[in-house]
Write a protein that binds this ligand. Structure first.
Ligand SMILES: [Zn+2]
Length: 101
């Protein structure tokens, strides 16, 4: 529902973040993979020397989604869950995302 008032916009959007895409699209550098002859699937964030690879700060990303896109609910879509008590999942939830498998 759209709000006509110019004040605080209502948070009405829902975001689905594909974890795999987010991870591959930010932490892996194709440029350094080719230049350093490291297989793309094996290249790590620390292997990037050109500065293109980076790690998303999920807490800041969540704030960005809220402020820029008025996202009320943000789902972090994982292909699978290995261990529900994993620190990673706690961090994702702490950042304000809802884990969606
Ligand atoms: Zn790089």
């Amino acid at each position: 529902m759209n709000s006509i008032s110019k004040g605080q916009p209502t948070l009405s959007n829902i975001a689905f973040v594909d974890a795999q895409n987010l991870h591959l699209g930010t932490t892996k550098c194709r440029n350094c993979s080719e230049k350093r002859a490291i297989d793309f699937k094996d290249i790590k964030l620390s292997d990037c020397v050109c500065g293109s690879a980076w790690e998303v700060d999920l807490a800041k990303f969540r704030v960005y989604l809220k402020e820029k896109y008025h996202v009320a609910e943000a789902y972090y879509v994982l292909g699978y869950v290995q261990d529900k008590n994993d620190e990673l999942y706690k961090d994702i939830q702490k950042a304000g995302f809802i884990i969606f498998v």
